[in-house]
Write a protein that binds this ligand. Structure first.
Ligand code: 4NP
Length: 191
């Protein structure tokens, strides 16, 4: 089994092309997981698109419906375009597919390249590396996207949590300790 990879990230930006399908789904799914584990207030979570066509628009109706079935409401989100400031502001920038990742790498200064990853890197056992663009597809495509994003966001949530080590003390009582957080560099998610 893989070692727990701890990513000391406090802010996460999900990025796709239009910011009306995949990345708002990822934002909603990850916010929901963070809320359930009481980590929401400690994290900055956002999404953006590489393109500007849909700026100001709510998520695609099919995206809203696909997550509504999981008890997640993303109706209030509004599309925005990635800005250069995002590369300073976020610790981790997660692209939905390789073309999105390439687009981000082109925009970002080299010192920020390490923080730009594929979201599916967070679910290495899934065997799928990209989240396909569902925009020109049907409802099944959106449901599949939600399935992939849920698996990846669960992995992401685990990677943001410091691993616990159990130390046996004198007298046999067990004490759980967190490993040191911010001292480790950002490790490759699927490395
Ligand atoms: P997204 O999907 O990148 O997952 O938001 C798309 C939305 C709109 C377009 C392409 C992809 N478009 O070409 O308008």
């Amino acid at each position: 089994m893989k070692d727990h990879v701890f990513i000391p990230a406090k802010s996460v930006l999900f990025v796709c092309l239009g910011n009306i399908c995949r990345s708002p789904i990822a934002e909603g799914v990850f916010r929901n997981l963070a809320r359930k584990s009481n980590a929401l207030s400690a994290l900055r979570i956002d999404s953006a698109g590489l393109g500007s066509w849909h700026v100001g628009q709510p998520p695609d109706r099919r995206a809203q419906e696909a997550v509504a079935g999981h008890g997640i409401d993303i109706a209030d989100l509004r599309a925005r375009q990635v800005t250069r400031d995002d590369f300073e502001a976020f610790d981790l920038i997660l692209a939905m597919d390789k073309a999105n990742r390439q687009g981000l790498l082109k925009l970002a200064a080299r010192q920020h390249h390490d923080k730009i990853r594929l979201l599916m890197d967070c679910a290495p056992n899934f065997g799928v590396h990209e989240i396909p663009d569902p925009f020109f597809g049907d409802k099944d495509g959106f449901d599949y996207v939600v399935q992939l994003i849920e698996a990846a966001c669960r992995g992401l949530a685990r990677s943001l949590t410091p691993p616990k080590t159990v130390c046996l003390q004198h007298g046999g009582s067990a004490q759980v300790q967190s490993m040191a957080p911010a001292s480790r560099p950002l490790a490759p998610l699927n490395g």
